[in-house]
Write a protein that binds this ligand. Structure first.
Ligand SMILES: Cc1ncc(COP(=O)(O)O)c(C=O)c1O
Length: 403
């Protein structure tokens, strides 16, 4: 394969890599799929009718900036969910519907990452382990991705404040995922406040990936935009990304949004008007109705809460178990993640993802702040997306193999 050199270090993508790892090994039972974080609960029942009702609009090119009804519904949701002040969620100025957050997490980096900062190559800070799209976005923008270990020692979130000044000075963008995939860690108000102040001091932007914000245990996670609005931060310091994929089990609708200040938004829309592929209009109407409806979100969360409780019950007394605060993954500390994935497959038919497929080796200069060469090496990720009975079977199999 011929790849441009800027992608030379890109590892094989996690899922083909997993298929290669397990190829030719007989599963030790009927397959229990726990590797992919694809929602399996039902879609909201009102969505198909809305798609059908607006099907005649499919002859039209959808507006790049999204239909007004969708921007309004998103703005109202930000107000209800987080109490975000109106100046941070003006449907005309602050909100851009996306084809899912993935698209926005990628394109927004291209729109907002400058060629240089202070005469140097920009650094884009990335939590490690992480959602892999962030790294490719940084490379596409010509920036250096800097992977920050998120380990038990750092509360499974990046310790931005501990970074050397020289690095912060050339930082243009800091990605952060809260609730975090894979660890389920949640940034609290104090964390967001510190990060917003740091971004102000060193003049960088925060890209807050909050697509798991509605899947939580007891307490709704604070949002980046909520805290920005509370402390009166510059709205252009932050781009918050949200999605219907997990909140409403609509991964296939491809619908999310970005919220940010007017200056960022102007750049994002301008780039998008050249290259963007906006959501089909029927999908935009369906998304508008979905942001406006909460009862399905409560019911969906209850299904995950049941599975969190199962995980606590079944794996709670295993030494490597960490009860997630939110999200829908278990980040299980084992010994060697790859070897464990093979064992789980061979002995029980459980498909898990080796943690190192989601992480990168920690550079020398940062190693003392992390717990080893690759912060994912000792972990496997298990997705709690299947129906509870299947999750129970999977977790019991995991316990039987690992204890
Ligand atoms: C951390 C994280 N960010 C973003 C996404 C992309 O979600 P979307 O379906 O909104 O593009 C995912 C999907 O798995 C994810 O895990």
């Amino acid at each position: 394969m011929q790849f441009p050199t800027r992608f030379a270090d890109l590892p094989e993508y996690a899922f083909p890599r997993l298929r290669r790892l397990l190829a030719g090994i007989e599963p030790g039972g009927p397959e229990i799929a726990m590797s992919i974080g694809e929602p399996q609960h039902a879609i909201p029942d009102f969505v198909p009718e809305i798609l059908q009702r607006h099907a005649a609009t499919l002859n039209r090119y959808p507006p790049i900036e999204g239909i007004p009804e969708l921007r309004r519904a998103i703005s109202d949701w930000l107000g209800r969910r987080y109490g975000v002040a109106e100046g941070y969620r003006d449907p005309e100025r602050n909100i851009l519907p996306l084809n899912g957050t993935r698209e926005g997490l990628f394109n927004t980096c291209l729109a907002l990452s400058p060629e240089t900062k202070g005469g140097q190559r920009p650094a884009v800070l990335i939590p490690n382990p992480f959602y892999q799209c962030y790294a490719v976005a940084a490379l596409m923008a010509g920036a250096e991705p800097v992977y920050l270990p998120c380990t038990a020692e750092t509360g499974h979130l990046p310790d931005f404040a501990a970074l050397p000044e020289a690095l912060l000075a050339r930082t243009t963008i800091a990605y952060i995922c809260s609730p975090a995939n894979p660890q389920g860690a949640v940034a609290d108000r104090a964390y967001w406040t510190t990060l917003l102040r740091l971004a102000e001091t060193y003049d960088f932007r925060i890209f807050a990936d909050e697509c798991y914000c509605e899947i939580y245990r007891d307490e709704a996670p604070a949002g980046a935009l909520e805290v920005a609005s509370e402390i009166g931060a510059d709205p252009d310091r932050l781009v918050a990304f949200h999605s219907l994929s997990k909140r409403s089990n609509l991964a296939g609708l491809r619908s999310g949004f970005a919220a940010t200040g007017g200056a960022n938004m102007a750049a994002m829309k301008q780039l998008r008007s050249y290259t963007g592929a906006p959501m089909p209009i029927p999908a935009q109407y369906a998304a508008a109705a979905t942001w406006a409806e909460e009862s399905h979100v409560v019911a969906n969360r209850a299904l995950y809460q049941e599975k969190f409780a199962l995980a606590d019950d079944i794996l709670g007394n295993m030494p490597g178990y960490m009860s997630p605060q939110a999200g829908f993954f278990l980040w299980l500390r084992v010994d060697d993640g790859e070897a464990t994935s093979v064992r789980l497959w061979r002995e029980a038919g459980v498909r898990s993802l080796p943690g190192e497929y989601l992480s990168r080796p920690v550079p020398e200069w940062l190693a003392s702040r992390g717990s080893g060469a690759n912060p994912g090496f000792e972990y496997v990720r298990l997705a709690l997306v299947a129906p509870a009975a299947d999750v129970r079977r999977g977790l019991e199999a995991v316990r039987a193999v690992l204890s």
